[in-house]
Design a binder for this molecule. Sequence first.
Ligand code: GTP
Ligand code: MG
Length: 302
Amino acid sequence: MYKSGYATIIGRPNVGKSTLMNHMIGQKIAITSKRPQTTRNRIETVLTTKEGQIVFLDTPGMIRRTENKLGDYLMDVSTSTIADADVILWLIDPSTYIGEGDKQIAELLKKSGKPVILVINKTDTIDKAHIRTVILAWEKVLSFADVVAVSALRNTNVDAVVESILRLLPEGPQYYDEETVTDQNMRQIASEIIREKALRALNEEVPHGIAVVIDTYKEEPGLTRIEATIITEKDSHKGIIIGKGGSMLKRIGTAARIDLEEMTDTKVFLKLFVKVRKNWRDNEGDLRDFGYERKKEGGKRR
Ligand SMILES: Nc1nc2c(ncn2[C@@H]2O[C@H](COP(=O)(O)OP(=O)(O)OP(=O)(O)O)[C@@H](O)[C@H]2O)c(=O)[nH]1
Ligand SMILES: [Mg+2]
């Protein structure tokens, strides 16, 4: 019996949702960083096996209180993606702390009536004996279809998550051909790679206020020409992003170019600009222009 459907990955910011998804499909599509709210859009990826086809939906981390329109948008993306799921992966840190935000997530999941797999990530950071205590604590807030403990970063037990999803998915056809890996186009991927390098290079409050817009994306034989603008909220941040004599921008650009050359299998000419757009995170028009548009995102097959 062939299985197929959507597996939505949800959880607090920074618990490793994108890292886990990348390891399940065996390719880096979603960007990751130690900064909360790294993921800003719903990202679809596809895993095709002999037993079935899983469409993963990576989502922004769920937070309790939003601080601006971008925050509202991120929460909308995460909660609306639950409706499209056949199976939900609730990813957590290996901690017994359960906050109000977690209880709210549990309520949403209960209401959805969908099977939920509790995935305890970052088990490389704790004593194995502690895992059982974590499971017992979380089973008090929701009853789970399955529980799996993993380390996404070290790729430990990640296969067990895939097996669990396949067990829980309904019978269904192969919706996408075997070559399909993601719904993201190269412009989107390029913009995300640049944002990842900026998130990783910059300190403190600067990363939260940036967005990346691709101005030009030109493919020539063996060469890709990309021009992109890093948007920031403050003049002082612009200075930090550019750095002394352009050193920071150069660092971000070099790191992005290396990844982009691998991704496109071409040489890449990357030109970066920095622009200030005050308060863009609270401006609907700016959000749209920078790729954070509220749209009805029903599953493709429905
Ligand atoms: N030690 C350890 N670190 C991990 C593990 N999985 C992810 N991380 C790290 O945790 C940080 C956050 O990972 P992401 O995958 O970006 O987390 P996320 O849940 O997608 O975050 P948001 O998109 O911001 O909600 C990164 O620095 C990862 O390298 C793990 O199994 N063990
Ligand atoms: Mg993420």
